[in-house]
Design a protein around this ligand. Sequence first.
Ligand code: BJ8
Length: 433
Amino acid sequence: MELMKLTEPEDHHPMWKKLGINLKKHDELLTVLPNVFKEIYIDTQKNRPDMSFFDFVVSDIHGIRVKELQEAKKKGKKIIGTFCVYVPEELIIALDGIAVGLCGGTNFSDYAIEGILPANLCPLIKSAVGFKLGKICPYFESLDLLIGETTCDGKKKAWEILSNYTKMYTMEVPQCKTRPQARALFLKELKDLVAKLEEVTGKKLTVEKLKSAMEKIEKKRTQLRRIYNVRKADPPPISGKDALLVSQITFYDDPDRQIQMLGKLADELEARAKNSEGVVEQGTPRILIAGTPMAIPNWKVHHIIETSGAIVVAEETCTGTRYFAGELKVKGKTIDELLQNIADRYLEINCACFTPNTKRIDDIKGLIKDYRVDGLILYTLSFCQPYEIEAMKIQNILKNENVPVLSITTDYSSEDTSQLKTRIEAFIELLQK
Ligand code: BJ8
């Protein structure tokens, strides 16, 4: 895959029209985004590393990558959408498909779900379903298959609705994932998913193809780990906002290009860290965020924290450390052995939808130590019960650990921004004492 040329974005209206996009609404969406991005990323950050590639991707968010997908489709490739880090992208790549991690990080699309979904539902689900029903996401409109999963109740119901609008396949993810039968069930689900992907792509899985896809995705995760690793430095060489952006883009960009671009950024960050070149002063309060994922363009809480005198040094979220958690063993002589390794790696992801989920607290404690965290912010999207319940539990456990904790529940609106800012500023002040 070629590198994207960092040029002025071309007019993609003809392509969007062909995809059946609601052009009027879509234009409205794309008018808002550049201003928000400029305010959050460009105007308020200093001494950024070279983020030109990632900035460019946002500036042409529904353009060049979508065009690449259309060109790939013409060559017979199938585009497969996912919404959860439990769906192994290795399997999609191994069957010559293109995996696109779909997002839903804005309330812009809420108008499209009125009368279809309740208002008191997780904003991520509302946003994602709204993008499809409102026909304002060219990624969604490019899909040959959408893979859902049985994680939270809201998503399970969303798949039922979405199956009326797009080709859907829902894979079952075991709920009590530490039991031996859970691994057997997940393994069987992976095999069924392979069969479904073979049907959609018209390709047959082989040991070689699976191994090579596993190597590729593991390489991508390794580069992400490098970027996270340098954030342990004081001062960190990259802001939390920029690290979040990198992670958000990785979900839907080409993995080969990501390996290159993430690697290039990691090289620069490692050199910066060596020279103690940071984006903030040494000693700036260091925040760990733990909780629900932050889909693009949800930058709200990072922005508040980083314009209130602190820096986010890590995210224990699926758009953070959970995305590259656990090492994947690329060993095995048969498809079955390789699938077992995939199952073992994926079952290591500590999502609050599963029970018990005790390893998550160990993860958080480890991150607090490794990233020299001064304060933990538990971040929950409104109406996400699994994460809200775990937030209370974590807060209680950490009372004895001498780590200040702030728990916030919020959505995608800007209505609570000033209230959140007041709470976060008071929390950061406490860390500075
Ligand atoms: S592995 S975190 S990506 S399920 S949609 S659970 S916020 S109510 S996204 Fe997730 Fe997979 Fe778990 Fe990660 Fe809550 Fe909203 Fe549900 Fe959500």
